[in-house]
Design a protein around this ligand. Structure first.
Ligand code: ATP
Ligand code: MG
Length: 426
């Protein structure tokens, strides 16, 4: 029969690479815990209206990247989530999570965007995101940025630059919008078709264009930062002062606008030059109007999302691999008849906390001693525990170090195995 293969742009995450994923996730959980962020898990499928309303109709994601379909029973318009800020906000509003005060939340999981697959850009990709809801002050903008910064430090990633900007408030954007339209109107020849179409719908999106031919006219466009009032300027300044007080370097990038409409005030990206053109590993900002946009009581928010594939690729580039677990024991078992006495011993090892890979029979039966030792070696285990005829008849097991040839092989009684295990585990 023909093989069925995965959907283009959607990847299997296989061992041993999956161990790096788990290691990254557990490191992230640990950082989240230290910042007192709680885990939230929302559905992968959401009503399409959530993203149309939340992200904005004239955005790349909503216009061309969503996997949308109709529910076959009731015709409801549904979408595989392309991002998860809108979903988190939907859940927070639906369950009145802010009723008792602000919340700090984080999530991890797959997102879906119909993009052209390339290095660092997939159709199913994974994000880890943090959202702080109900806090309006600059200190929480700084806090979420510091959290990402701590993550890079713990991962040993040094080639990441923090770029930051302010998108101000709606009325400031409104004045900037008029200036933008005027600027682009007078350079209409330099615009591509998409830019021309978006010019009057959502001119800010033009600044986000990746079309190289448009970069000079984008570069010359009026900067939002010049339209900020004193409150917006003060907010940005406070965020920057707090970053400075932690020695976190940053660059102000007045061109930074982000791809969704929900942002205001602080926006930021962590960018690396090590990943080619897909250099943004984490991006976010403040979204003080999203909660009401989604039907909640007006309440501020700030957060970021990190691209897991890109971060893992950067870790690989940096040659500082994540610590992944090693196998403690490979159990060499010469005859299936020994299993009733061997398997309880393996259980006692596992109860002591050791990881144990048991040789089991294949359709050809139990493999030979030689082939079992080969497997034990390639398993990377620290020890082989050998259960052969001599050992079984005398109620013993032979322990052989697979890592260190200087450690002598020993044969001990099965009754002593638990003690050996607790010594190994400590
Ligand atoms: P880009 O400009 O690269 O398209 P974006 O602005 O669309 O990114 P966000 O929506 O802000 O990205 O998502 C946050 C992060 O998720 C990105 O910085 C990136 O690391 C990651 N990301 C976004 N889209 C993809 C994708 N298709 N494949 C892999 N990672 C992605
Ligand atoms: Mg994108």
């Amino acid at each position: 029969m023909d093989k069925i293969v995965a959907v283009k742009g959607m990847n299997d995450i296989l061992p041993p690479q999956s161990a790096s994923w788990e290691a990254l996730e557990s490191l992230v959980r640990n950082v989240m815990r230290r910042f007192a962020f709680e885990n939230i898990r929302t559905p992968i499928v959401e009503p399409t209206a959530l993203f149309v309303r939340g992200l904005g109709e004239v955005t790349d994601i909503v216009e061309k990247e969503m996997y949308s379909f109709e529910d076959r029973l009731n015709g409801e318009a549904l979408t595989l989530r392309p991002e998860n800020t809108a979903g988190v906000v939907r859940a927070v509003v639906e369950h009145s999570l802010l009723y008792n005060g602000p919340k700090r939340l984080y999530y991890m999981g797959p997102m879906f965007r119909h993009e052209r697959p390339q290095r660092g850009r997939y159709r199913q990709f994974h994000q880890i995101g943090a959202e702080a809801l109900g806090f309006g002050g600059p200190e929480v903008d700084a806090e979420v940025i510091l959290m990402a910064h701590m993550l890079w430090q713990e991962l040993g990633l040094t080639d990441i630059e923090l770029q930051i900007n302010s998108l101000g408030q709606p009325e400031e954007r409104h004045r900037h919008r008029a200036a933008l339209i005027e600027h682009f109107e007078s350079h209409k020849d330099a615009l591509d078709e998409e830019a021309k179409r978006r010019l009057h719908l959502n001119p800010l999106r033009l600044l986000d264009s990746k079309n190289p031919a448009m970069q000079p006219v984008i570069e010359a466009a009026p900067k939002l930062i010049d339209f900020l009032g004193s409150a917006s300027k003060a907010h940005l300044d406070s965020v920057l002062r707090l970053l400075e007080s932690h020695g976190v370097p940053y660059t102000i990038n007045p061109r930074l606008v982000r791809g969704m409409d929900y942002y205001n005030l602080t926006v930021f990206e962590f960018v690396t030059t090590k990943l080619g053109s897909q250099g943004t590993v984490c991006a976010g900002g403040r979204y003080d109007y999203l909660i009401e946009q989604i039907g909640g009581k007006p309440s501020p928010g700030v957060g970021w999302a990190m691209g897991v594939e890109r971060v893992l690729e950067l870790i690989q580039e940096s040659a500082r691999p994540l610590p992944t677990p090693v196998l403690d024991v490979f159990a060499v078992i010469l005859d299936s008849d020994y299993l009733p006495s061997v398997m309880p011993v393996l259980s006692s090892l596992r109860q002591a906390g050791l990881s144990v890979q048991m040789q089991a029979s294949t359709p050809e039966g139990m493999p030979s001693l030689k082939s079992q030792f080969k497997r034990a070696d390639s398993s990377g285990a620290r020890y082989a525990l050998v259960f052969g005829p001599d050992e079984i008849s005398s109620g013993q097991v032979t322990i052989k170090s697979l890592r260190n040839a200087d450690v002598p092989q020993v044969t001990i009684a099965l009754t002593e195995v638990a003690q050996w295990a607790s010594h190994q585990a400590s």
